[in-house]
Design a protein around this ligand. Sequence first.
Ligand SMILES: [Zn+2]
Ligand SMILES: [Zn+2]
Length: 88
Amino acid sequence: MSPCPDSPWLEVSVDFYGPTPTAAAFGHFSAKFDDKNYRPVCKVCASVKKRAQTRFYCLACNVALCVENCFRIYHTEADIAKARQQLQ
Ligand SMILES: [Zn+2]
Ligand SMILES: [Zn+2]
């Protein structure tokens, strides 16, 4: 048996599960535009000439992105156009 630590643990290590840490771990969060009528074109979709409008954007990058797939693609894929094309 290993001895009990004589003070409470001060450090807790956290492991990431899955292929990549989530973008949120780097301080990238999706936020919604306040103005209901403001729907810019998603940057990832625009890279494959799709005009998908979204009300969400990344707070850190200040880039409009579809909240589901494009947000992840934009932050984790090296080639966003290729990754977006594989979606459909
Ligand atoms: Zn971001
Ligand atoms: Zn998109």
